[in-house]
Design a binder for this molecule. Structure first.
Ligand code: SAM
Ligand code: SF4
Length: 337
């Protein structure tokens, strides 16, 4: 494929008339943590032969930008465990201003201290860091293996490198319900915004995930009891609704896929490290680009991208009930959160 994309400016539109200009690119399904709501303790990962090379991911990113994608988020698994991530970030970052508006990253911050200067040099200006608690014992319990100090050092290094940091916190009944107010104070002191996420039923995680599901309106009840919160306008095209908090500089995002479906404004598609486009996080339907990428080049890849756009569903169909099976067998770490 050509190394310099010809951006024709035409937006991609799906079969329901939604403009698709945001690509989540999962660069690995592997991770150095084992968060209980995301993975099983003993996960089997894809064999290396099944995953796209860094070069192939760069080619596809360029093709998507040529097709009208304006924002790319690198994710995983943990994107910073992927060997060659520096080269990929630099290559995609070089597209900023040439069709691409923004390159961002979602990370657990375990390796952020090492990579922050590189990300900044690649043109990344914002990162999302997943941090479900500040409490060392709770962090170890939720992630099974992690040390919260490593994450906090990573966040500090990112800010020192000039990156703005938003915190993502998954709401977990019985595991971090008491952590919302300390997390808000911590975010306020460091200039970070905070987004809360409901657990989604993706992949088997050992045990009953529904035991830790809590709708966000219940999770934020202690905050509402202390301070007023009020809606604020933010047009991101994403699933979060945003709120200001009385006497706090923090903007609070709420992502409620289960208690309040957000699909009408969905502007994204997801590309996995195997080269599959998933049109919806909550469904199995996908289009496989790998063979076309390896054998055909731009024409066949474009045809498959068009097929994926046509097949993007109107909405996910998550439900989470006691001891229910996951909505899809795929883990969030395989598709990219
Ligand atoms: N490893 C990186 C991280 O944790 O930020 C990036 C990938 S992770 C899959 C992306 C996001 O998905 C994280 O914010 C994580 O908390 C969230 N996540 C993972 N599994 C989830 C689930 N079953 N329900 C809701 N959010 C989930
Ligand atoms: Fe790894 Fe992110 Fe999943 Fe946690 S949420 S196990 S850090 S991929």
């Amino acid at each position: 494929m050509s190394s310099v994309p010809s951006h024709n400016g035409a937006a991609m539109t799906d079969g329901h008339g939604r403009r698709i200009d945001y690509l989540r690119l999962s660069v690995t399904d592997r991770c150095d943590l084992r968060c209980r709501y995301c993975m099983a303790e003993k996960m089997s990962f894809l064999p290396r032969s099944a995953v796209l090379s860094i070069e192939e991911m760069g080619d596809l990113a360029e093709r998507f930008v040529a097709r009208g994608v304006r924002r790319i988020r690198l994710t995983g698994g943990e994107p910073l465990v992927r060997r060659g991530i520096d080269a990929l970030a630099m290559r995609i970052g070089a597209l900023i201003g040439r069709g691409l508006d923004e390159l961002t990253l979602t990370t657990n911050a375990m390796r952020l201290a090492d990579h922050a200067p590189m990300l900044s040099a690649a043109g990344v200006r914002r990162v999302n860091v997943s941090l479900d608690t500040l409490e060392p014992a709770a962090f170890r319990h939720i992630t099974r293996v992690g040390d919260v100090r490593t994450a906090l050092d990573g966040i500090a290094a990112a800010q020192a490198a000039g990156l703005s940091v938003k915190i993502n916190m998954v709401a977990l009944a019985g595991l971090n319900e008491d952590q919302l107010l300390p997390m808000l104070d911590w975010c306020a002191a460091r200039g970070c915004d905070l987004t809360l996420i409901e657990t989604m039923p993706l992949g088997d995680v050992e045990g009953d995930r529904s035991a830790h599901y809590i709708p966000l309106h219940r999770f934020i009840a202690p905050l509402r009891a202390e301070r007023a919160i009020f809606p604020v306008e933010r047009r991101t095209g994403g699933p979060a609704r945003y709120f200001g908090i009385e006497d706090s500089p923090v903007t609070l995002g709420l992502i409620t896929p289960l208690s309040d479906n957000f699909c009408a404004s969905c502007n994204r598609i997801r590309l996995t490290v195997e080269g599959r486009i998933y049109m919806c996080l909550g469904r199995d339907d996908h289009v496989d680009l790998r063979a076309a990428l390896r054998g055909g080049g731009e024409g066949p890849v474009d045809e498959l991208i068009d097929a994926a756009l046509d097949r993007k569903p109107r909405a996910h169909d998550f439900v989470i009930q006691k001891r229910s099976r996951p909505a899809v067998a795929r883990h969030m770490s395989a598709t990219g959160g």
